[in-house]
Design a protein around this ligand. Structure first.
Ligand SMILES: Nc1ncnc2c1ncn2[C@@H]1O[C@H](COP(=O)(O)OP(=O)(O)OP(=O)(O)O)[C@@H](O)[C@H]1O
Length: 270
């Protein structure tokens, strides 16, 4: 593989199958350092599988991944230290306070004891939860819980933040607050951010670069402007998706526009 040491993430010919289902089918990706990169696609496109490989949670049976030049298959632990991960599944504990939740992650990620309190304070501050930090997470709104999960991922000061559908199930205010915090964190730290979503409008507004994924393959990539102008002057990302896949976004039952089962964040905690 040609090594691009300057990239935050570089995937070459990535493949992963579950039995006969080819979840990831020859994916090449390069994510520039310091950028917000959006991996977009409908449910079942293969986004989560690709992300789990990048974050070392799944093996890399075929192809190669480097995170800041470090080979993921060979140096798992080293790569884990570089990454903060906010999974789709709930990772906050409703019985603990906001502060306790973040402190737990600080211990899990071996933040040195001498800096731990400062790191927890800083992470809570960066997501606007300082005032709510003493309350149990079960009293938080969905948007606050997302921001708490963001703080958990930020407490180890990762170089790459990976978020799987961070705004799913949130109301517009909650969604906007998550993106605002991400923008602030990026501006303050220069962190690279990889985010999956099936909300085209959010990706368009908040990502520097986007890759469209469909049935395990990347069908288009570029800046939102590049993608749109490749299709037509008034094209939206929805149009780009349709043009590159031949599929309607609402097709095949679980389309991009479908109201899918949400992360049920607040409800499950409550
Ligand atoms: N553990 C598993 N066992 C079997 N098949 C799986 C498993 N996980 C995912 N798949 C299949 O792999 C394909 C890609 O799934 P994946 O979850 O990566 O897609 P996705 O784009 O992240 O969608 P979603 O947003 O719904 O999670 C789908 O066909 C899915 O059914």
């Amino acid at each position: 593989m040609s090594v691009d040491e300057s990239a935050a993430v570089r995937c070459v010919d990535l493949r992963y199958s579950f039995g006969h289902t080819m979840a990831v089918d020859g994916v090449d990706l390069s994510i520039a350092r310091g950028s917000v990169f959006g991996l977009l696609g409908p449910n079942g496109a293969g986004k989560t599988t690709a992300i789990r490989m990048i974050t070392t949670l799944l093996p890399v049976p075929s192809g190669a991944i480097r995170v800041f030049g470090v080979d993921v298959a060979r140096h798992k632990l080293q790569v884990r230290r570089l990454i903060g991960y906010v999974p789709q599944q709930l990772s906050a504990d409703g019985a603990l306070t906001g502060r306790e939740n973040v402190a737990l992650f600080a211990r899990l990620f071996d933040v040195p004891r001498a800096y731990r309190k400062a790191a927890v304070d800083q992470a809570l501050e960066s997501v606007g939860l300082t005032d709510a930090a003493k309350r149990t997470a079960s009293t938080y709104s969905g948007g606050m819980i997302r921001r708490l999960e963001l703080a958990q991922a930020l407490v180890s000061a990762p170089k790459l933040l990976v978020l799987d559908e961070p705004t799913i199930g949130l109301d517009p205010v909650g969604r906007a607050s998550v993106w605002e915090r991400l923008a602030e964190v990026r501006a303050a730290t220069g962190m690279s951010i990889l985010v999956t979503t099936h909300y085209m409008d959010e990706a368009e507004q908040n990502c520097d670069e986007i890759a469209l994924m469909h049935r395990g393959r990347i069908t288009a990539r570029g800046t939102p402007d590049e993608l749109r102008t490749s299709v037509g002057p008034d094209a939206t990302l929805d149009d780009v998706f349709r043009a590159t896949t031949g599929d309607d976004l609402s097709g095949a039952g679980e389309g991009m526009r479908s109201v899918r089962s949400t992360r049920r964040t607040a409800r499950r905690l409550g």
